[in-house]
Ligand binder design. Structure first.
Ligand SMILES: [Zn+2]
Length: 477
């Protein structure tokens, strides 16, 4: 005999969930067809604004009173509120971003902005980052607004039946370039769009198979970033007489030194992640998992190679250390002129508790005696953020995942990249990456982000929708 836990989504009935899933797929495809590319480029310079307007139209159609802001031309964001009766405390925020990274069509199986539905996937730029989750959030809003209307209520002003907290929905511009024209602007100018007891946004709650077990890392922290410009000074000269102080030759050595992986440092969140994973794994895999997180870098590397495919190994390496990636190098004016200077741009990602001075000190340590020819300037900086694990909302995320996949193991985790959580952190809002998807074990999900042939599985979205609905209903009920 099995006991089926009471899930609010079970009450909806199969046909209502099917209809909501259809909305999700239709909305996702419509959003992919709006090329909201960031940085904006003609002819799509106002893609974010058009995406915001499309969503506002849809929200108005289902009875809400959405608002659109456009702080800079073409850079639109949309927000809406779905009311509870006010007895449950502060709202829940469903936060997403409208923008996508550019997608030159070369190499794609399907046009990146055609939103083809083929082989069980919705294809296109933004399918995973993050219009799929955005459409899932919209589907939950559609369901709740429908429940209000079915009870004879006006969803723009009346509470949804059984809902005690407000739900805030915000889909914002500019996340892919730092969020300053989107979530960052809202924090400064429309904090009431965001102020909540907790927020759910992208990139966590996606299944990951390891040694036959299925895990759901829930994003509770994110790395910070520091971008540096390093000017390497050498001597100008004639290309017919090579010299070792050619700035490009010096820069090549600086790049080599910077690219060395740094020491391992385990943050509390990642320690809990590796402990939790090891506890759920068979003995051999558990031993390797502990070695990955251990202080011995060589043993960690051997364990990564034995346990993980290269995609996950790259991510894991980045989660246990501050990283340095030299990404741009410019020098030279003519083929026969030895360059006297070279400009190097370095992308550093910081663990929680590594601050900017510490990162700079690490760069200086790596560059060593070549510092004499280098001048280091900070270009951008955003600190790491961490949300508490012990909150009722976080507990609910774990419980609800388990209710929908009893064999799945939810764990707190940190992704190697940044999201808009750095902005909501300024308002003190615990923000979790939660876009529930149960993937086929073969799915190369991490490679889909910003990648060629970005696509999301229709079945994975079908699994995730009632999970997100249950989280929202339970937290706001
Ligand atoms: Zn994203």
């Amino acid at each position: 005999m099995s006991v089926i836990p009471a899930r609010p989504s079970d009450v909806l009935g199969a046909s209502t969930l099917d209809r909501a899933h259809e909305w999700l797929i239709e909305d996702l495809r419509a959003l992919i067809r709006i090329p909201s590319v960031n940085p904006p480029e003609p002819p799509a310079h106002d893609g974010e604004r058009r995406a915001a307007d499309a969503i506002a139209g849809l929200l108005a159609e289902i009875g809400l009173a959405p608002q659109v802001v456009e702080p800079y031309p073409g850079r639109g964001s949309v927000g809406a509120r779905l009311r509870g009766d006010g007895t449950g405390g502060d709202p829940l925020l469903l936060l997403s971003h409208l923008d996508v990274v550019p997608a030159p069509a070369d190499g794609w199986t399907h046009d990146p902005f055609a939103a083809d539905l083929a082989d069980g996937y919705v294809w296109g730029r933004g399918a995973v980052d993050m219009k799929g989750t955005l459409a899932m959030q919209l589907a939950v809003i559609r369901l709740l607004a429908g429940e209000a209307r079915a009870a004879g209520r006006d969803p723009s002003s009346d509470p949804v039946p059984g809902q005690t907290r407000d739900i805030l929905f915000a889909a914002t511009a500019d996340e892919e370039a730092g969020g300053f024209a989107g979530a960052g602007w809202l924090v400064d100018h429309r904090p009431e769009w965001l102020q909540a007891a907790g927020a759910l946004t992208e990139a966590g709650g996606v299944s990951l198979e390891l040694a036959g077990r299925r895990f759901y890392p829930i994003q509770v922290a994110e790395k910070g970033f520091a971008v540096y410009r390093i000017m390497v000074r050498g001597a100008w000269g004639h290309g017919s007489m090579p010299r070792p102080d050619n700035a490009l030759v010096l820069a090549a050595e600086v790049v080599r030194r910077l690219a060395e992986p740094g020491p391992i440092r385990l943050t509390p969140v990642m320690a809990r992640f590796f402990d939790g994973a090891a506890a759920a794994l068979p003995a051999d895999a558990a031993r390797l998992t502990r070695a990955i997180a251990g202080p011995d870098a060589a043993a960690s590397e051997r364990a990564l190679e034995a346990l993980c495919d290269p995609m996950y190994a790259r991510a894991a390496r980045a989660l246990i250390r501050d990283t340095v990636s030299p990404d741009m190098l410019q020098a030279g004016t003519k083929y026969n002129v030895i360059p006297g200077e070279a400009e190097l741009i370095v992308d550093c990602r910081l663990l929680p508790e590594t601050d900017e001075p510490a990162m700079r000190a690490e760069l200086e340590r790596r560059i060593g005696d070549y510092l004499a020819v280098c001048e280091i300037d900070l270009v951008h900086y955003g600190p790491a953020v961490e949300s508490a694990i012990g909150t009722p909302l976080y507990d609910l995320l774990e419980t609800t995942i388990r209710d929908h996949d009893p064999e799945g193991v939810p764990l707190p985790a940190m992704p190697p990249f940044a999201t808009d959580a750095k902005h909501t952190a300024r308002l003190g809002i615990p923000t979790y990456g939660f876009s529930p998807l149960r993937l086929d074990p073969e799915e190369r999900f991490l490679e889909r982000f910003h990648g060629i042939d970005e696509r999301v599985s229709v079945d994975a979205l079908r699994w995730g929708l009632p999970v997100l609905y249950d989280v929202v209903r339970r937290f706001c009920g």
